[in-house]
Design a protein around this ligand. Structure first.
Ligand SMILES: NC(=O)c1ccc[n+]([C@@H]2O[C@H](COP(=O)([O-])OP(=O)(O)OC[C@H]3O[C@@H](n4cnc5c(N)ncnc54)[C@H](OP(=O)(O)O)[C@@H]3O)[C@@H](O)[C@H]2O)c1
Length: 284
């Protein structure tokens, strides 16, 4: 298959970038899309890839030919994800594993230095690492507040900043933030989390604007309930998901894939995903 592709592609060579966004498919674009995986030769850093939504996005990207870099604080969990990715029937590039706390500037700078040393570029950053801690307003410890803000907001900023430092000189890239419907309709007793997801939405718009003239697109996916370990810290988690419904992490990965594979001059700025049964849209 690959040999056929090379033959056809050389017959009618066009730089890939110039094909992107064409209204009608040229013959070479047709053959290209038929024989290449959608993210061939792309490099993606995915934070919070050791479980849940991050793992699902890593799997989806890797199966489309992407060189994925899996990031979280736990080497053991990341290794397990790497093994799971490698054991799929699909042929994938061996994922890189990098232990980093996204709220640490040193860790994040080190992460990007290592990825550049290994792959020489970063095409996609998925800011997915997140924690959901809360409680009654009057009882929330400062340390709880700081953990949530440092992870969900400062972590996304630090990774985004390092991505800009790489993407600007390389001529572009994509940043996909994993926000939440909490940035529109908050839950009770979740002030730090709600605040963090409102902030992430604002950061998305600010970064999208700053990236516009440099080919960097920045977007946010805002999911409702998703079945992941995130809910384990919520005593009502099981009940909420039973009553309201919940999506599979792979549902979120499909949207991340759509965003990641849009032509470079197109940005899907926001996307809200809900379990159909979730009481989010209104009354009655
Ligand atoms: N599940 C939902 O219903 C839902 C809904 C809307 C939005 N989201 C968002 O989706 C994202 C992923 O959450 P999930 O549901 O997939 O939960 P999850 O399974 O608990 O995953 C969270 C990930 O973040 C990583 N992480 C946490 N703190 C980190 C830090 N300081 N540095 C690096 N990595 C860190 C965790 O890895 P380690 O523990 O190994 O570090 C883990 O891989 C979060 O941003 C969350 O807010 C989830």
């Amino acid at each position: 298959m690959r040999i056929t592709f090379v033959f056809v592609y050389m017959l009618e060579y066009k730089p890939i970038a110039s094909m992107a966004g064409q209204g009608t498919k040229s013959r070479s674009t047709f053959w290209y899309s038929k024989f290449m995986k959608q993210l061939d030769e792309k490099v993606a850093i995915i934070t919070g890839a050791s479980s849940g939504i991050g793992e699902a996005i890593a799997l989806a990207f890797a199966m489309e030919g992407c060189r994925v870099v899996l990031v979280s604080r736990s080497l053991e969990k990341l290794e397990a994800v790497r093994q799971r990715l490698m054991s799929t029937e699909c042929e994938i590039h061996e994922p890189l594993v990098f232990v980093a706390d996204v709220s640490s500037e040193d860790d994040v700078v080190g992460l990007f230095e290592n990825v550049i040393a290994a792959h020489h570029r970063v095409d996609i950053l998925v800011n997915n690492a997140g924690v959901a801690l809360g409680g009654l307003c009057e009882e929330i410890e400062l340390s709880t507040w700081q953990t949530v803000i440092n992870t969900n907001v400062t972590g996304a900023f630090l990774c985004g900043r390092e991505a800009f430092r790489v993407m600007k000189p390389q001529g572009g890239g994509r940043i996909i933030n994993i926000g939440s419907v909490s940035a529109m309709v908050p839950r009770l007793n979740a002030i730090p989390y709600t605040t963090s997801k409102f902030a992430l939405k604002g950061m998305t718009h600010g970064m999208a604007l700053d990236g516009r003239d440099h080919g960097i697109s920045v977007s946010v996916i805002e999911p409702g309930n998703v079945r992941t370990p995130l809910w384990e810290t919520n005593p009502n988690g099981k009940k909420i998901m039973q009553e309201e419904g919940a999506m599979d992490p792979s549902d979120i990965a499909r949207v991340a894939m759509l965003m990641a594979t849009l032509p470079p001059d197109v940005n899907m700025v926001e996307s809200t995903l809900l379990p159909l049964s979730m009481p989010f849209l209104g009354r009655g």
